[in-house]
Design a protein. Structure first.
Length: 310
């Protein structure tokens, strides 16, 4: 009997499970930063490695704040460890809250390094700087985002105020918003999503998303409360659905907004069940992510995006 010998041919491993590196803030209690982003991504089938730029007791809206900021040299060490162990292959890179220009410059170095390993890596940048006309990070972060970090991004998800900061342009109407979006495209960003604007009415905010000649508007119902961590959740959900829908802008926007709004409504309803009237305390407004796991996995699409001409 002839014995045939078989030679095993090895080929480079391709990751069929999408892998995300998320560099954001972390809180012990509540849901902002990585606490708001990692769980939904995992539920939606992503492997997530995460680095916490800060570790605080709660988000900064609480009266007392305790914790520490991750030194830049520690960030370098963590990335070096991933590289030395050859586990630095990622399909996606996600960034959010950062407290210093130096840490943002490190992020720019990291994205360039990760793209050496995977040139097709998609970078989703949530340029967290402020809201409602007020910056809550140092002002010298703005030029680093505008001139260094944002041009490296494939997708950005600013709110209206952050988009205005980065372009130096004001949004007073839809036409103004579209000009701001185009200015961000001109910086090299393929997909621009304004997660919220003031263009709606008393009952709705307006979100806008643009890519490759397509632009959509979506109405976002308002609630009588202010939530923290929704921007972080928005960016994570959009990243996930951008991948899962093969970069279908309309479906990604609808899945993202519908999921987010159902979580926010459930959080608000639960808070009102505890306190029926008056201003709700922050501790009752922490997003109910775990309780809405099934909604994250299978969104109920009840908010539709409308195609608009640019």
């Amino acid at each position: 009997m002839n014995i045939r010998q078989f030679r095993i041919i090895t080929r480079p491993v391709k990751f069929y499970t999408p892998r995300v590196l998320s560099i954001q803030s972390h809180v012990v209690h509540g849901y902002v930063g990585n606490k708001s982003a990692v769980f939904p991504l995992q539920v939606l089938g992503f492997e997530v490695d995460f680095i916490n730029t800060v570790q605080f007791s709660t988000h900064t809206g609480y009266k007392h704040l305790k914790g520490k900021v991750l030194p830049n040299e520690d960030l370098d060490d963590l990335i070096d460890g991933l590289t030395l162990n050859d586990v630095d292959y990622y399909t996606h890179f996600l960034t959010g809250y950062s407290r210093s220009p130096e840490s943002l410059k490190k992020i720019a170095e990291i994205i360039k390094k990760l793209r050496q390993k995977n040139p097709d890596l998609i970078y989703v940048c949530d340029p967290v700087m402020g809201d409602n006309g007020k910056m809550y990070v140092p002002e010298d972060i703005l030029p680093v985002y505008r001139d260094i970090v944002v041009p490296l991004a494939d997708v950005i998800t600013p709110n209206q105020y952050e988009a205005e900061l980065m372009t130096g342009m004001k949004v007073n109407d839809l036409d103004g918003a579209l000009k701001v979006i185009q200015a961000l495209h001109d910086k090299g960003v393929k997909t621009v999503v304004l997660s919220s604007t003031d263009l709606g009415d008393e009952k709705h905010m307006i979100g806008l998303a643009s890519t490759a000649g397509s632009c959509y508007e979506i109405q976002i119902p308002k609630l009588d409360a202010t939530f923290t961590g929704t921007g972080d959740l928005f960016a994570a959900l959009f990243l996930a659905w951008w991948h899962k829908t093969n970069q279908n802008l309309k479906l990604s926007l609808e899945n993202t907004i519908s999921t987010l709004q159902n979580i926010v409504k459930d959080t608000y309803s639960r808070a009102r069940a505890v306190q029926a009237s008056g201003k709700l305390p922050r501790k009752l407004l922490e997003l109910r992510l775990v309780q809405n796991k099934s909604l994250i996995e299978n969104p109920k699409i009840d908010i539709l995006a409308m195609d608009i001409a640019k």
